[in-house]
Write a protein that binds this ligand. Structure first.
Ligand code: NAD
Length: 304
């Protein structure tokens, strides 16, 4: 495990920020239990008692979650922290991301926030270095950041296509590439790439860049799962159906929203926490024989 700085006294504040990113509100990155070197006794049972959490599958593990200021990413950061992982919350929405990290800390968990635009290799290198320096390593990488395009192919500009692909596809490539060494050093590394039901279907015939990016994430996941199987790093994709997050705001109240619930056998939108539960499973040793999997959390959408 790389040598890190000595842990600060409890309550001491240690800010993180990415290159070129704005000043991030300073956060307490060390909660009760002291330092964060993997495998240390981190005062887990104390925190569990205080938080009322019964599960500590991720005790001693360190996670980095992208796009964690909102929706599925925020729910995932909270869920991983609730199972005793230390979590680096990252996003381009700095205030909202810092708020998620602060909430986790206030609840007795360990977290910090760092600015990470997933399209920036410099940001990735800084974030991976920060998580290793601050938390002692990296065991779990959740590539979650994403945006959606809505138009049909005729009305999709090249700039819009490139932007959606850059965030949803290239960002996942950069994340795994940059974190490769740290994940291999973990001994129980786990990558969870957030694809979509639209990564394995034609959806509504619109959003071509989104489908292309999510489909690429599906096969990239299997490719890296094979490449890293020999070094003990598992790589899986999660395919949410229609989940109630801000990404759906542009279609609220439109026929598209009704179509989403209508096409979902369970008859409702999913909740971010229901996706986060699947991510936590794949991150944990409960999934120790699972790699290259596509996990659909979609209310039955793909069973139609
Ligand atoms: P969301 O809009 O609530 O969250 C997306 C997050 O990604 C935001 O916090 C945003 O700031 C961040 N982000 C955008 N561009 C970024 C960049 N360049 N670098 C870093 N972060 C960036 O949406 P969500 O529904 O929580 O989406 C999370 C993931 O789940 C996405 O990959 C999305 O495609 C996928 N997904 C969502 C649904 C759904 O119905 N909500 C369905 C299938 C897949």
């Amino acid at each position: 495990m790389p040598a890190g700085p000595s842990p600060p006294a409890q309550g001491q504040v240690r800010p993180l920020r990415g290159p070129g990113g704005p000043e991030i509100p300073a956060l307490e990155t060390y909660g009760p239990g002291g330092g964060l070197a993997a495998g240390q006794d981190r005062g887990c049972s104390d925190r569990r008692q205080r938080k009322g959490y019964a599960v500590d599958r991720l005790a001693g593990r360190v996670a980095l979650v992208t796009g964690a200021a909102s929706g599925i990413g925020a729910a995932t950061a909270r869920r991983l922290a609730s199972e005793d992982a230390a979590v680096l919350v990252t996003d381009v929405q700095d205030d909202a991301g810092a708020h998620v990290a602060a909430e986790i800390i206030a609840g007795g968990g360990r977290a910090a926030y760092a600015h990470l635009d997933v399209t920036s290799q410099d940001d990735w290198e800084a974030a991976v270095a920060a998580v290793v320096r601050e938390f002692g390593g990296l065991d779990i990488l959740v590539n979650n950041a994403g945006i959606v395009d809505l138009a049909g192919i005729e009305d999709t500009s090249l700039a819009d296509w490139r932007r959606t692909i850059e965030i949803g596809q290239t960002g996942v490539f950069l994340g795994m590439k940059t974190a490769a060494a740290a994940l291999a050093a973990s001994g129980h590394g786990s990558v969870i790439n957030i694809s979509s039901v639209f990564g394995a279907s034609g959806g509504f015939g619109t959003s071509p860049a989104y489908h292309a990016a999510k489909g690429a994430v599906r096969t990239l996941t299997k490719n890296i799962a094979l490449h890293w199987a020999g070094r003990g790093v598992r790589v899986n994709s999660v395919h949410p159906g229609f989940i109630d997050t801000p990404i759906l705001d542009p279609v609220r109240g439109t026929p598209a929203e009704h179509a989403m619930t209508g096409l979902t056998p369970l008859g409702r939108l999913g909740q971010p926490a229901e996706v986060a539960a699947g991510v936590a499973y794949l991150a944990s040793d409960d999934a120790s024989f699972v790699t290259g999997l596509e996990l659909y959390i979609d209310g039955g959408y793909m069973a139609r």
